[in-house]
Ligand binder design. Structure first.
Ligand code: NAD
Length: 338
């Protein structure tokens, strides 16, 4: 859909709503409405951050949609990072059994990953993305201009997901850093789309996108309970170290790949202070039980016998996973100390 077609679609809808968070609203909301010629759109502004990706926030948005007369011909424009696009897609796909929505990602992570592929959801009961839907946006509008206001730590978070594509699909993306990422933006989005097109509802090969996310989600959720939240990308960066470590032990990945990942991990964590200790090991392990990637209580992993050649649905003995978590915590201690 061209921008002109999108503007026409918005103009022809019964009402347009723009969902965004307070940070993005202050920076970009008037511009976005101007660019999309939808100055009359109703604004729904939520609190920023993963901690607000909750049923409570979803309920507040549904209430506003209802009060402001949203009907099945309305469109919700989700302007923000992955928290807003995950939440907005979920809310839109449930409201009156589904209204159309458009994603306008404003973080690097959302541009290359979260806003693409139709997975929407909220966190629930202390676990990530436990409630959600598969529903595609009408359009995803990627405008790199938003990155001009993005804090460096959020930029690094997006780089982590881009480096993930290097391991699972295109090894040339392992060269990505803060200075050259823009030239890989389109390629990253295309990789995600290609994988999603093969398997929209994640029955098989889409699981490859979960590389680094199994323990990543555990570290992310646990960091919130410790009052020292990691960004999603930082948690994935740590999770990828674990996935590489397990791949070395379980399926013959050369150890040099893990060693070569260390400078990348240091870069990705350079603005974080991930402090976990040995008392956290059991807590981190307990998150795996509720992971959506488990089947009948047994965890399924994405591992990497060789760079660019991932495999999914791998099982790993839980004592090896536990050893991996212990080693990972020691590795992070080392990184934080430097
Ligand atoms: N659905 C999927 O396929 C998928 C994939 C990956 C990640 N995710 C989800 O995405 C979420 C993380 O998304 P995120 O990293 O974009 O975080 P986020 O949406 O929480 O944004 C991070 C911070 O940056 C601020 N921000 C956003 N855009 C800005 C801009 N242009 N300038 C200044 N500040 C800006 C936000 O207000 C927020 O404070 C997680 O909940 C994760 O689970 C979903």
């Amino acid at each position: 859909m061209t921008n002109e077609e999108l503007k026409r679609t918005l103009a022809e809808s019964s009402r347009v709503f723009v969902l965004t968070d307070a940070n993005v609203a202050a920076l970009w909301l008037p511009e976005l409405k101007h660019w999309l010629s939808c100055e009359d759109a109703s604004e729904i502004i939520i609190k920023p951050g993963e901690e607000n990706k909750t049923l409570h926030t979803a309920q507040q948005i549904w209430t506003k949609l209802l009060r402001k007369g949203a009907d099945r011909h309305s469109i919700l424009v989700n302007l923000g990072g992955g928290t807003v696009t995950d939440m907005g897609g979920f809310v839109a796909s449930c409201y009156q059994r589904g209204i159309r929505f458009v994603n306008v990602p404003t973080t690097l992570l959302a541009m290359v990953d979260a806003s693409i592929g139709g997975k929407n959801g909220i966190d629930f009961g202390g676990f990530k993305n436990q409630i959600g839907t598969f529903a595609e946006p009408l359009e995803t509008l990627v405008m790199p201009v938003f990155l001009s206001t993005l804090p460096d730590r959020e930029l690094l978070s997006g780089l982590a997901e881009m480096i993930k594509y290097g391991y699972i699909a295109d090894p040339s993306m392992l060269k990505i850093d803060q200075n050259n990422y823009e030239q890989y933006l389109l390629r990253a989005g295309r990789i995600k789309r290609e994988i999603v097109e093969q398997d929209f509802t994640e029955q098989g090969s889409r699981k490859l996108l979960n590389f680094g996310h199994t323990l990543g989600h555990a570290f992310e959720s646990h960091s919130f309970t410790k009052g020292n939240p990691l960004t999603h990308g930082e948690a994935v960066a740590i999770g990828m170290w674990c996935a590489l470590w397990l791949s070395v032990k379980q399926c013959g990945l050369p150890e040099t790949v893990l060693v070569e990942y260390l400078p990348k991990l240091r870069m990705l964590l350079s603005l974080a202070s991930p402090i976990f200790d040995d008392e956290d090991v059991q807590n981190l392990m307990s998150y795996l039980v509720h992971d959506k990637k488990s089947r009948a209580g047994e965890m399924r992993w994405v591992l990497l016998p060789a760079v660019g050649k991932p495999i999914y649905d791998c099982t790993v003995p839980s004592d090896l996973v536990q050893q991996c978590v212990v080693e990972c915590i020691a590795q992070m201690r080392e990184i934080v100390r430097r």
